[in-house]
Ligand binder design. Structure first.
Ligand SMILES: C[C@@H](N)C(=O)N[C@H](C)C(=O)O
Ligand SMILES: [Zn+2]
Length: 241
């Protein structure tokens, strides 16, 4: 049985998908699956451009979060937004190849690759494909996203912030997509400032109507998502309304 069997799969982009860069102007975008700086180590299928696409109600909820962050000199940064089912299938195929471990030292240093799905760090049917889920952090307003190339030396994502690959994110105790217990929002053995940052992100996001995930501090799904049963498979591209 394939990963997409028994799903309500829709290949057309629905009318209420928006480009979040237009809906939430001061937000930043560091679209990791369009780049090679991710746990696979190359661009993921289905990401044709560096766009962050979400349903209109999810983008409107983010705008509410943004309105609270801007007066604090902070803004949101997305790492992933809508994720096509073909990208999820790419993750599934990557996971089946035990030798493809190029990025282990950075992204899953303490979890065996064959446990990543079972332990809840990657989903074969992801909320991201329903268009109202995103991976997000908080960054200082007007800060610059550091350039990371394939030549950058890998560093453990759970190391203290100064020893990780540079990111303009506030410290949340780990880098993005750091698969392991330390990324669980409830994990206590992280610096006090990182704990405070997790609380800030989670309270702003839940107040705006998002539901957190218990295995990843960066992952949130809009509670009243408009497509709770539909998994989309149109490519990620910028588009004009
Ligand atoms: C892969 C990671 N960024 C993520 O989003 N994980 C959840 C569990 C998902 O794949 O839906
Ligand atoms: Zn996610």
């Amino acid at each position: 049985m394939g990963a997409t069997d028994a799903l309500k799969l829709e290949k057309q982009r629905p009318h209420d998908i928006v480009d979040v860069s237009k809906a939430v102007p001061q937000m930043q975008f560091d679209m990791r699956y369009f780049s090679s700086h991710n746990f696979v180590g190359r661009r993921i299928h289905g990401y044709e451009q560096d766009a962050c696409l979400l349903t209109e109600p999810a983008a409107a909820a983010l705008k509410k979060v943004e309105e609270k962050l801007l007066p604090m000199g902070l803004t949101l940064k997305a790492y992933d937004c809508y994720r096509p089912q073909s990208a999820v299938d790419d993750f599934v195929h990557w996971a089946a190849d035990a030798h493809a471990e190029k990025m282990k030292a950075e992204f899953y240093p303490s979890v065996p690759k064959d446990r990543l799905f079972e332990e809840g760090y990657i989903a074969a049917h992801s909320g991201h494909s329903r268009g109202s889920t995103l991976d997000i952090t908080i960054v200082p307003l007007d800060s610059i996203i550091p350039r990371v190339t394939e030549k950058t030396t890998l560093a453990n994502c759970a190391a203290p912030q100064s020893a990780r690959i540079p990111d303009n994110s506030l410290d949340f105790g780990t880098a993005f997509d750091c698969f392991g217990l330390v990324s669980h929002p409830s994990y206590q053995d992280i610096p006090p400032q990182a704990k405070a940052n997790r609380l800030l992100l989670q309270s702003l996001m839940t107040d705006a109507g998002f539901v957190p995930l218990d295995t990843e501090w960066w992952h949130f799904t809009l509670k009243n998502e408009p497509y709770p049963d539909t998994y989309f498979d149109f490519p990620v591209t910028h588009f004009s309304p």
